[in-house]
Design a protein around this ligand. Structure first.
Ligand SMILES: Cc1cc2nc3c(=O)[nH]c(=O)nc-3n(C[C@H](O)[C@H](O)[C@H](O)COP(=O)(O)OP(=O)(O)OC[C@H]3O[C@@H](n4cnc5c(N)ncnc54)[C@H](O)[C@@H]3O)c2cc1C
Length: 384
């Protein structure tokens, strides 16, 4: 068994940790207070590599392995949790487009994605179908050489400013087997957007995308007809580990900040850190955060080896956000009134992390996946 990162990965980790501290953390609160991301900032993020991580080299990307994607996610989240969303959605888009899209669609969108000229959202959830995603009602009807798409996609990360969305739509009435995926540019006729007011992750302008008879060429279908649901599940499997690492990065930074703070803060004549009621809380969360980190990296390593990783992905997605939200909450309390203050990143981190307890699958759904893998498919509650 070998837990070591490669030399290159260690160097990347070190460089990104410094970058997150010096460049990202000072700006973290800007998005929270309503500032909108500019194209220049997207280009800056792209130069850092966040969009091109999994873009094939021939299209200008880094074609990094998944463990490296995890390192980048964890490290950047220490400074600005929101940057992890660029990585998550970017890696999903690349997985689906590189693996399944028409070569012309790949050549048009992947190079633009790598440079930050095209932010690509993932549109599965609908107002009446989240956990039960096989029940979506958005329709794509084949009309000549085109598909015509109508419906609403809800709770979509980057809805406010994405340039395109991979939209999952029904091409037949056969449940999960009747769903196909389409790359839909969002600047055409029939597309409208509504950005939500959200407690956190405000950089992402999460919201609804409405499609009213939106026409796309048949070549924009991503993969074969009816293969969409399976593709979405492939994307979930590794992204759940990235989500865990995003949360772990934010929690780890909060715990390290809390160690520093409690060493310097004196109460009852000695440093706070000398009280075991304080230091043991940090010790417990350091342990649990490390456990979440290890499951997440194991999942990404399995993906890199081409091995099944559905169970590990669900374990990481359940444990990572939950443990991190609890750890950050504890850190906030251990900072006293300084923690409950918008000058401290702790309260924003906590709000940001909680969003990803829900996004990409709730704790109940993750436990359902783990149970399904452990007990067998015939014991799932959604099969009679
Ligand atoms: C921050 C954030 C970002 C997101 N980004 C995207 C995105 O980019 N693209 C996208 O398509 N979607 C996105 N989503 C949507 C997200 O994937 C869904 O919200 C999620 O899958 C849950 O669906 P739902 O909200 O409809 O809840 P529901 O499915 O209505 O569930 C409500 C509650 O019931 C529980 N529940 C449901 N079924 C069961 C069951 N069988 N057993 C026990 N309990 C159950 C759930 O755990 C939850 O607590 C995002 C959501 C958030 C919060």
């Amino acid at each position: 068994m070998d837990f070591a990162f490669t030399e290159d990965q260690l160097l990347l980790q070190q460089t990104l940790r410094q970058y997150a501290k010096e460049k990202l953390l000072p700006n973290y609160a800007r998005w929270d207070r309503g500032e909108k991301v500019s194209r220049t900032e997207l280009h800056e993020a792209a130069k850092l590599g966040v969009f091109g991580l999994r873009v094939p080299e021939k299209f200008g990307g880094q074609e990094a392995d998944y463990v490296t994607c995890g390192i980048m996610t964890e490290e950047l989240s220490r400074g600005d949790f929101n940057y992890s969303l660029y990585i998550q959605l970017g890696v999903i888009a690349c997985e689906l487009l590189s693996g399944f899209a028409h070569p012309e669609v790949q050549a048009e969108w992947l190079p633009r994605h790598a440079t930050g000229d095209a932010v690509i959202a993932f549109g599965l959830t609908e107002p009446s179908a989240g956990s039960d995603a096989a029940n979506i009602t958005t329709r794509a009807v084949k009309t000549g050489d085109d598909y015509v798409i109508s419906g609403e996609k809800a709770s979509i990360t980057f809805a406010g400013y994405a340039d395109a969305c991979i939209v999952f739509a029904r091409t037949s009435d056969q449940g999960a087997r009747g769903i196909s995926a389409f790359l839909v540019p969002l600047d055409g006729p029939g597309v409208t957007r509504q950005v939500y007011k959200t407690p956190g992750e405000r950089l992402t302008q999460r919201g609804s995308l409405f499609f009213d008879n939106v026409r796309v060429p048949a070549r924009n279908r991503v993969g074969g007809e009816s293969g969409g649901f399976a593709q979405a599940m492939i994307a979930f499997d590794f992204n759940r580990a990235l989500i865990a690492l995003a949360c772990v990065g934010a929690a780890q930074q909060s715990l390290e900040d809390t160690i520093d703070y409690t060493k310097g803060r004196h109460v009852f004549g000695k440093p706070l850190a000398k009280f075991e009621g304080v230091s043991f809380q940090v010790a417990e969360y350091l342990t649990m955060v490390e456990a979440a980190r290890l499951i997440a990296y194991k999942c990404l390593w399995l993906k890199d080896q081409g091995q099944k990783h559905t169970k590990e992905a669900a374990m990481a997605k359940w444990l990572g956000p939950k443990t991190s939200a609890e750890a950050i909450h504890a850190c906030l309390i251990l900072h006293g009134h300084y923690g409950y203050n918008m000058d401290s990143p702790l309260e924003q981190r906590w709000r940001d992390v909680v969003g990803l307890e829900i996004g990409d699958g709730t704790p109940e759904i993750m436990k359902g996946v783990i149970a399904r893998e452990a007990f067998g498919r015939e014991y799932t509650s959604y099969r009679d």
